[in-house]
Design a protein around this ligand. Structure first.
Ligand code: AMP
Ligand code: FE
Ligand code: FE
Ligand code: ZN
Length: 280
């Protein structure tokens, strides 16, 4: 069993890289990919610890991109060689646009009458401060009962506190991942095209045309019949299959590393072999 989708506290997870490596060993993973949002900081910190623990660690990333006017999460995997310097420089630029968004988000929340400062929120984050960190502060301050309510009432795209962030066009993100030796995979297709399967099929074809080489068929939030449909799309467009829990520690407490929600996940090792062949 492997897990190709996980987050550390360097993005919006709550486990440190050390704790995540320890957890991967505890549940017996054959390989783990760290796919933090917009940063390799968690992977970089985990790598020497994984070597020491004899855990196979795969370098990954999760990027928020723009496609057909909506947000699309794209996973990037580097199973053969480390990502390029150029990609790291570009990620630093993305982090800067996040900071700009966070400044505007604080102003928006303050204009709604909330007592919240950027300093408080940034204290929650490490390399990256994202909306889950805002949610945590809103809960701590009593503005919401739990993290989900903080999103529903303030931070979700449809909520009054929402502010836009400039997201990169998906074709640019796919190109940059490929140019630095990586494989791009569509993250959690259940959140794409509002679950309109016909539209999703057309969109996956377009993304394959942009150079996307894989799709995340296996994910904690995917029902069995959805997985079967995503697998048929992988077959239709000759895409590799990826899979993972999307573990965020205490920020998504119902999801377990490796096994998903109440044991609904089991990702076989041979998926990783195929990624390696593609990346070589
Ligand atoms: P950000 O990249 O800072 O805009 O934050 C996006 C992250 O917030 C996502 O990766 C999710 O983990 C979380 N998120 C976004 N929308 C929601 C929502 N409606 N409910 C719960 N979590 C959400
Ligand atoms: Fe996340
Ligand atoms: Fe995601
Ligand atoms: Zn994720």
């Amino acid at each position: 069993m492997i897990d190709l989708h996980s987050h550390t506290d360097q993005s919006d997870g709550t486990f440190t890289p050390r704790e995540l490596v320890a957890q991967a060993k505890r549940v017996g993973l054959g390989a783990l990919a760290i796919t933090d949002h917009d940063t390799f900081a968690g992977y970089d910190a985990a790598l020497p610890l994984a070597v020491e623990a004899q855990l196979e660690l795969i370098c990954g990333i999760e990027l928020s991109t723009r496609f057909h006017g909506a947000s699309l999460h794209l996973l990037g995997y580097f199973p053969v060689a480390a990502p390029s310097r150029e990609l790291r420089v570009w990620l630093n630029e993305l982090l800067a646009t996040r900071r700009d968004r966070n400044v505007r988000l604080i102003a928006k929340l303050q204009s709604l009458g909330l007592d919240i400062t950027l300093e408080e929120v940034e204290k929650q984050g490490r390399t990256l401060t994202g909306r889950p960190h805002f949610a945590r502060v809103l809960v701590e301050k009593g503005y919401a009962n739990d993290l989900q309510h903080a999103f529903d009432e303030y931070l979700d795209e449809s909520a009054p506190g929402y502010v836009d962030r400039k997201e990169v066009p998906v074709e640019e993100a796919i190109r940059r991942v490929r140019e630095s030796g990586g494989i791009a995979s569509m993250a959690h297709p259940v959140r794409v095209a509002k679950n309109n399967w016909e539209k999703l099929g057309v969109w996956v074809g377009e993304l394959a045309g942009f150079g996307m080489q894989a799709i995340e068929v296996l994910h904690s939030d995917h029902a069995p019949e959805s997985r079967a449909y995503y697998q048929s799309l992988a077959d239709r467009y000759s895409l590799a299959v990826t899979g993972g829990s999307d573990f965020h520690g205490g920020n998504k407490p119902n999801i377990s590393l490796g096994t998903g929600i109440r044991g609904n996940l089991k990702v076989p090792y041979d998926l990783l072999e195929r990624l390696r062949v593609l990346a070589a």
